[in-house]
Write a protein of this length. Structure first.
Length: 136
C-alpha cells in the first residue's frame, strides 16, 4: 500500500473576530468519502482507493476557522481495494492499518497548510510549536 497522490480541493481561512483572552483551538479530521480509483501507470492500469477528507481548525470563542478539503490516492492490491471500498460502503469502516496511514498523511499535510493559512490571517498556530528555553 502506497500513497501516490494528495490534493487540496478547498482551502478556506477566516478570522471573524479580534483575538481577546483565552483561545481554545480544536482540530478535527474526518473522512467524507471512499471510492475506487483507477490509475494509468504507463501501459498498465492499477487500482487504488481515493479517500476524501475534511480538516477543520476551530478557534473559540468565535474567532475564526481554517477548513481544508481534499483527497488522497492510495494504491494497493485489487483485493484490498475491494475490502476497503466494501467496508466503507457497508458501514463506513476502514481497516485500522489503512486508516492509520491515511489519517497520518492527511494530518501531516493539513497541519502544515493550516499553519500557513492561520499565519496569513493573523490567527495563532493551530498546532503547538516548539519553544526554546535559555538557561542562565
Amino acid at each position: 500500500m502506497t500513497i501516490v497522490g494528495f490534493n487540496f480541493t478547498k482551502i478556506h481561512a477566516e478570522k471573524t473576530n479580534p483575538i481577546k483572552g483565552k483561545i481554545n483551538i480544536s482540530n478535527k479530521v474526518a473522512l467524507t468519502g471512499v471510492e475506487k480509483s483507477d490509475l494509468a501507470l504507463g501501459k498498465d492500469n492499477q487500482q487504488g482507493v481515493k479517500f476524501n477528507f475534511n480538516y477543520t481548525s476551530t478557534y473559540e470563542p468565535k474567532i475564526g476557522t481554517v477548513e481544508l478539503d481534499g483527497d488522497l490516492l492510495f494504491l494497493t492490491t485489487d483485493k484490498e481495494v475491494k475490502e476497503i471500498v466494501d467496508g466503507w460502503t457497508k458501514d463506513k469502516k476502514i481497516p485500522q492499518a489503512v486508516m492509520s496511514s491515511v489519517i497520518n498523511a492527511v494530518l501531516t499535510k493539513c497541519n502544515l497548510q493550516a499553519l500557513i493559512s492561520s499565519r496569513d490571517i493573523n490567527l495563532p498556530p493551530s498546532i503547538q510549536l516548539p519553544k526554546v528555553k535559555i538557561k542562565q
